[in-house]
Design a protein around this ligand. Structure first.
Ligand code: ADP
Ligand code: MG
Length: 698
């Protein structure tokens, strides 16, 4: 059979070099297979004709049958358009074209009966359809009846006559040339086990649905296919690695751990913390390398868990390091850990970009000799010059800030591969974790330390600033501090910085009796640090900032978080920001300030924030609302997950099913070398060889 994967789209009838180039650039279609796997994003029911009198405002795509009464070209330059008056006997409406005017006028005739398809727009009391699909009634049986697919197309594609309809025609041409047969991607026994339809039937029905039911089966099969291969790939890599990579064994819980735990731990661990510490202990004692993702809401006590894990490493004659994404955070971790360990005999060092040369010259040899047991730092930890004598555990805080490569660099220069613990407060929904980090083991701290008052979240419109200022003044009078955060969105930085600076001026005027400070990403590191310090020390009552304070900063006395233009933030980010307050025993508040005009989706998002304090719930909701593509964490993770049909927000069940089947198969045949799974092996190679080397990721 034809190798669709390697068959260039230029071989297809009707695709010349120019169209091929546009398909490649705009839609990522270069091969026959790419085209077949370019799926419609929606279907519209074309099983019935509407009448013009039935048209109401805000209708979806509809189908009409009637005649063109006249053509008229109006407007000049960019507003030049062709208008066709159209009637079906029950009323009249307009068909409008902004492009291809000469062609359209030539192609369609006055008085002839046509089938029209498009989305009506109301204009005055009159309706029009812009750029409708038009077919002569004689061709009615060629016009897809029933469910009509819609394909994503860009402006550039449309300009080259590659609209949705044209894509559908290409699908038709291609499938016809293949006698409507597509090579299967799953082995017969998997098809039998899962009771899925064949790929041929799925591809046929995804582009030309015979019925709603057949379409559904096709979607399930194709989603399964997509998720199954991702899982099979991750799990096979993980299995192979587990077989190959021996971890350093930490057999004992020794004096450091025990002394700290019994004598110096200032409070009881939460049950969730205890459970996670146990999981880590088992992992590091197992003889295989630990690769664990620790998820826990802001303030759930991850740092302490990290510290306990580091003490275990030290007990087993190894060193440990903790890497944070910013200097402020590294400093804070260092201070916290020094405080916890102040009465213990254990050497800890801090290493960041601003560590003085003199200090570096002292620290580096002590890391190399093993005298320093625990190192806290930033990216500075992975520089060439830093060589450990026996690094046994690397902890990475707020992992999504680190690229894949940085993570792997942490140990490539060491004698052995240390255990790795990645900590994040950006909870990743289970389906996403399985897809992104399917080869990591996941621990969750799903419980906050006792005695915390839940943060109260309020949504306010920016038309009511006076009330907001009154509220802030009252809180400050009680001795509390306030964060005010402005969005910083790529592409509109200029305006965003201006908003922040304007806000800063306003706050200084409104609160002349207090000190207001400001931090943003364009400031010099030293200035940033000193402004930040004003707030940490309590000298300033109000800190105004862009999202640089997003991660980790701990000022327990700050009890109010005001988020300006909250509608412009993602849910996870709002939740992160909110986590900056609520760290002390006092009641804390998060105030989401937005404009009055909001889309339904945005309103829903802010509502979720007001109603939930649970990071996992919020992440799940975010995934459902926005899809995985926009989720924070996916882009930064360095692993693009480009799903064509599956949706991690809604296809959790299919994902779990695909993962189970993949596991069963790998249990039978870990390296997929048997004849019966050869097809899987080949497909895996085809799908993943050009992409990320998954083996290096964690
Ligand atoms: P995270 O890194 O998960 O956001 P931290 O480790 O910074 O959270 O912990 C937040 C605060 O809670 C710290 O002040 C920490 O000392 C405190 N804390 C951690 N665990 C407990 C516990 N079991 N009981 C009481 N307080 C705790
Ligand atoms: Mg933390």
């Amino acid at each position: 059979m034809l190798d669709l994967h390697n068959r260039s789209i230029t071989y297809l009838l009707g695709v010349g070099p120019k169209k091929a180039e546009i398909l490649r650039q705009e839609a990522g279609i270069s091969s026959y297979e790419d085209l077949l796997f370019y799926f419609p994003y929606k279907y519209v029911d074309r099983s019935r004709f509407y009448k013009i009198v039935e048209i109401r405002g805000n209708m979806p795509y509809i189908q009409l049958k009637g005649r063109i009464l006249s053509f008229e070209t109006v407007g000049e330059g960019r507003t030049r358009r062709l208008i066709a008056r159209f009637t079906d006997g029950t009323g009249t409406m307009d068909l409008v074209w902004f492009k291809g005017i000469a062609y359209i006028k030539d192609k369609y005739q006055i008085g002839k009966e046509y089938i029209i398809f498009g989305k009506p727009t109301e204009f005055g009391n009159f309706y029009n359809i812009a750029h409708p699909d038009i077919d002569p009634v004689e061709n009615a049986d060629q016009v897809a009846g029933g469910l009509t697919p819609f394909y994503n197309t860009t402006e550039k594609m449309k300009k080259s006559f590659l609209n949705s309809k044209a894509i559908q025609n290409l699908q038709y041409t291609l499938l016809s040339s293949l006698n409507w047969q597509v090579p299967e991607t799953l082995s017969p026994d998997i098809l039998a086990r899962t009771r899925m339809v064949s790929l041929t039937e799925a591809i046929r029905n995804i582009h030309f649905p015979e019925s709603a039911e057949k379409l559904k089966q096709a979607q399930v099969r194709l989603k399964f296919d997509e998720l199954f291969y991702i899982q099979l790939n991750i799990l096979r890599t993980a299995t192979t690695r587990k077989l190959k990579l021996k971890g350093i064994v930490f057999p004992q819980v020794g004096d450091y751990f025990n002394e700290f735990y019994k004598k110096y731990l200032p409070f009881e661990l939460t049950n969730a913390q205890k459970r996670v510490v146990r999981e880590i202990r088992v992992d590091m004692g197992s003889g295989r390398q630990m690769n664990r993702l620790l998820q826990g809401d802001v303030g759930s006590g991850k740092t302490l868990v990290g510290l306990l894990a580091m003490l275990l490493a030290v007990d087993n004659h190894c060193q440990a390091c903790m890497m944070a994404p910013t200097e402020i955070l590294a400093n804070q971790h260092y201070a916290t850990i020094m405080d916890f360990l102040k009465d213990m005999d254990i050497k800890v060092a801090l290493l960041t970009g601003s560590t003085k040369k003199k200090d570096r010259n002292q620290i580096l040899p002590q890391i190399a000799s093993g005298e320093i047991r625990i190192v806290i730092g930033t990216h500075a930890l992975i520089e060439e010059s830093v060589v450990f004598s026996s690094l046994g555990l690397a902890i990475i805080d707020e992992q999504h800030r680190f690229g894949v490569e940085q993570r792997s660099r942490l140990w490539t220069k060491n004698k052995w591969i240390p255990h790795v613990l990645v900590m994040t407060a950006t909870p990743i929904p289970r389906t996403l974790a399985m897809t992104l980090y399917g080869d990591l083991d996941v621990s969750v701290i799903d419980e906050l330390p006792p005695g915390r008052k839940p943060i109260q979240t309020l949504h306010r419109y920016d038309t009511k600033k006076a009330q907001l200022y009154d509220f802030l003044r009252k809180e400050i009078e009680l001795g509390r501090q306030v964060y005010v955060v402005y969005p910083l969105i790529e592409g509109s930085e200029k305006l965003d910085y201006k908003n922040l600076e304007d806000g800063f001026e306003t706050f200084k005027e409104v609160f002349p009796e207090y000190t207001v400070c400001m931090v943003h990403g364009k400031m010099k590191a030293a200035d940033k640090e000193s402004e930040m310090q004003k707030f940490i020390s309590g000298k300033a009552q109000i800190l105004m900032a862009t999202t640089v304070i997003e991660v980790g900063v701990n000022v327990p006395n700050a009890s109010v978080m005001v988020i300006e233009s909250a509608e412009r933030f993602g849910l996870s980010q709002l939740h992160q920001l909110r986590g900056r307050v609520g760290r002390g025993a006092k009641q804390s508040y998060c105030i989401l300030v937005s404009s009055y005009k909001l889309s339904n989706e945005t309103r829903k998002r802010l509502e979720i924030m007001v109603n939930s304090n649970n990071g996992f719930e919020i992440a799940e909701a975010d995934l459902k609302l926005r899809g995985h593509g926009d989720l924070e964490g996916t882009q930064q993770s360095g692993i693009g997950i480009d799903l064509k049909i599956a949706n991690l927000g809604t296809d959790g069940q299919i994902l779990q099913f695909a993962r189970d089947i993949a596991m069963q198969i790998l249990d039978e045949d870990p390296e997929l070398l048997s004849e019966r799974y050869r097809i899987l092996n080949e497909r895996l190679r085809m799908l993943f060889t050009r992409k990320v080397n998954w083996g290096l990721i964690s």
